[in-house]
Design a protein around this ligand. Structure first.
Ligand code: GAR
Length: 226
């Protein structure tokens, strides 16, 4: 007798803009490389191009426009209410460019991931590619981490390293890093969906039951996203 397939993990994806990481996740699900049920894509910007990507894939979308709320707390409460309608087991921040309040983050403790375009803990915050160039770094990359109240400072899960080439501009470097983000994020999400990736009661990330004292390193790839 064959085991019934377990239901895919319900997820909600938060975006603010272009949505290329969202697209990578949609594509991974479409080719059965990632078993998640994308219940909704929510944007804080009505014009986010990623909303069209979700619509084209037949995914429910919602907008919680931060400009319509008096303060961060009011926005976060509205966003939380919108997310919780879909009962996700995982919240995926994919280019979501809002700082989240401590209460919001605590509500999703251990079930919210973010991708960031640097080798954290180096270069948290904005404009990472230009800052890497200005600092003369030879290696750059991207990181996936659990979200905590510490902005870009939550427990690291996995990274991919990307070389900085002589003559790189912030744009050329961003393009090279983004290509790797599209490989990296579906892998981390798959680990979580398979129950292999968790956050323990001490706030440490565990992969296959072992504490991730260092983030896993995923080799850069030029091939098809996994
Ligand atoms: C990505 O590079 C992502 O790592 C970054 O925004 C971009 C979104 O691109 N996120 C952050 O900087 C979060 N601190 P996308 O909309 O095409 O996925």
């Amino acid at each position: 007798m064959t085991e019934p397939a377990s239901a895919p993990l319900p997820v909600v994806i938060l975006i603010s803009g272009r949505g290329s990481n969202l697209q990578a996740i949609i594509d991974a699900v479409a080719r059965d490389a990632l078993a998640v049920d994308i219940r909704a894509v929510i944007s804080n910007r009505p014009q986010a191009a990623g909303l069209q990507r979700a619509n084209q894939a037949g995914i429910t979308t919602a907008v919680v426009d931060h400009t319509l709320y008096a303060d961060r707390l009011a926005f976060d409460q509205a966003l939380q209410a919108c997310i919780d309608r879909y009962q996700p087991g995982l919240i995926i921040l994919a280019g979501f460019m809002r700082i989240l309040s401590a209460d919001f983050v605590a509500h999703y403790h251990g079930r919210m991931l973010n991708i960031h375009p640097s080798l954290l803990p180096d270069f948290p915050g904005l404009n990472t590619h230009q800052r890497v160039l200005d600092a003369g770094c030879k290696i750059h990359g991207a990181s996936v981490h659990f979200v905590t109240a510490d902005i870009d400072g939550g427990p690291l899960v996995v990274q991919t390293r990307v070389p900085v080439h002589a003559g790189d501009s912030a744009d050329s470097l961003a393009t090279r890093v983004l290509e790797q983000e599209h490989h990296l994020y579906p892998v981390a999400i798959r680990w979580f969906a398979e129950g292999r990736l968790t956050l323990d009661e001490n706030g440490q990330a565990l992969l296959d039951g072992a504490i991730l004292t260092e983030p896993r390193q995923l080799p850069a790839t030029a091939g098809e996203p996994v």
